[in-house]
Ligand binder design. Structure first.
Ligand SMILES: [Zn+2]
Length: 116
């Protein structure tokens, strides 16, 4: 066997071990109440190794309060789902802006939602 062959075998072995360990940590993060995909747990554990593992282990348990993790996402998507019609000119405006794109009237309800 050449050294190159041994090197490739060892490399494949390390990659497989890393895949297994990373999926364990994805499970740990999920058990703690995190959306592992959103927090790139797999990527962090796979590419960073030890720092990624320590990061995942150090995450506080948020199962008691699952909104905590997804608060920003939920807030943003809620607002995005609410396009509004201007009371002054009838223009439909997207939910990510509080100012009418046609007449510049400010929708105060939307403004509060975006800035609360
Ligand atoms: Zn308008």
């Amino acid at each position: 066997m050449s050294n190159l062959f041994i090197f490739i075998i060892v490399l494949i072995f390390i990659i497989i071990i890393q895949l297994i360990i990373s999926s364990w940590f994805v499970e740990i993060a999920t058990l703690k109440g995190y959306n592992a995909k959103e927090h790139f747990i797999f990527q962090k554990c796979f590419w960073l190794g030890l720092p990624g593992w320590l990061y995942t282990l150090g995450l506080p348990d948020i199962r008691e309060n699952p909104e905590y993790d997804n608060k920003d996402t939920i807030k943003k998507s809620k607002i995005k789902l609410q396009p509004w019609t201007c009371s002054q000119c009838g223009q439909s405006n997207p939910g990510d802006s509080a100012v009418c794109s046609k007449c510049s009237t400010v929708n105060y309800d939307m403004w509060h939602k975006l800035h609360e």
